[in-house]
Design a binder for this molecule. Sequence first.
Ligand SMILES: C[S@@+](CC[C@H](N)C(=O)[O-])C[C@H]1O[C@@H](n2cnc3c(N)ncnc32)[C@H](O)[C@@H]1O
Length: 297
Amino acid sequence: MTEATAATEPTEPTEPTEATEAAEATAPAITSFDHAERRIWSGKAEPYADTYARLCAHLVPALLDAAEVGPGTRVLDVGCGTGTVTAAAVVRGASVYAADTDPGMAAATRRAVPGVTPHIARLPELPYPDATFDAAVGNFVLNHVGRPRAALAELHRITRPGGRVAVTIWRSPGAPGQSLIGRAAQAAGLTRPTWLPALAPQDDFPRTPEGLAALLDTAGLLGAECSETAWEHRCDPDTWWAGAERGIGAIGQVLNSGGAEGMAAARRAYDDLCTEFRTREGLLVLPHVALLAAGTV
Ligand SMILES: C[S@@+](CC[C@H](N)C(=O)[O-])C[C@H]1O[C@@H](n2cnc3c(N)ncnc32)[C@H](O)[C@@H]1O
């Protein structure tokens, strides 16, 4: 972890044990959605770094700008994954803290960003005192938590008055590139496994600029604003497929639920559908659209 500039040091949480996980299981803050997400991300650091981390990197400069991260800013990167945001914040000269619920992800960030030792911690309950940070950011994390409003309220709590909270999520409805593998899975007759619940309706919100800004507002953030960014992600078809094939995200679980036969059928459908996005050089150009929202504590 880089040297802290403020007086209050975040408390060092311990690695989760079976006992603490059992206690979490009974805590109302942790939903069945969170448990499924935990299972999805476990062991996925390497395939994530090889595939979708590059996609999620697109909004990082804008996210750090929205959080006003610069030299000396004491910032928390929550859901740090394999360290893209943490690394970019360190380059800006910020005093960077990182946290992720998955130990493998935390370890990947530690390897990727020398000097930063991420905590293993899970939204919506982070092990930091009130007003610890100047800024808190979460890049494509809020769409993986069971209680998004509570998660934002927690980021509000740990950020000092006048500090900034900024988050990104995917927009819904999305752009055509976002549904390519889902369409292939559907064509192969694959469906969502029963252990993979959708977000509870009372916890959900519209994945639109208005919907996300309103969520920040209800979490107590002032002057909440949300913008939409569309871009084309370029990658080769095998790399794009590999992320889901290796189990990343809900779509990865859908693909793997069909066994070898289901996977092969989905891959055939995918190869057909790729023609819609393929360049002459054989790359895919995949339109995506995401939301970036920020507010002040
Ligand atoms: C899509 S990845 C984004 C990773 C990283 N922010 C990036 O930009 O590449 C989502 C990350 O959120 C983490 N995560 C999921 N639920 C979480 C929670 N409740 N609290 C903290 N981290 C969580 C996952 O372990 C994973 O590393």
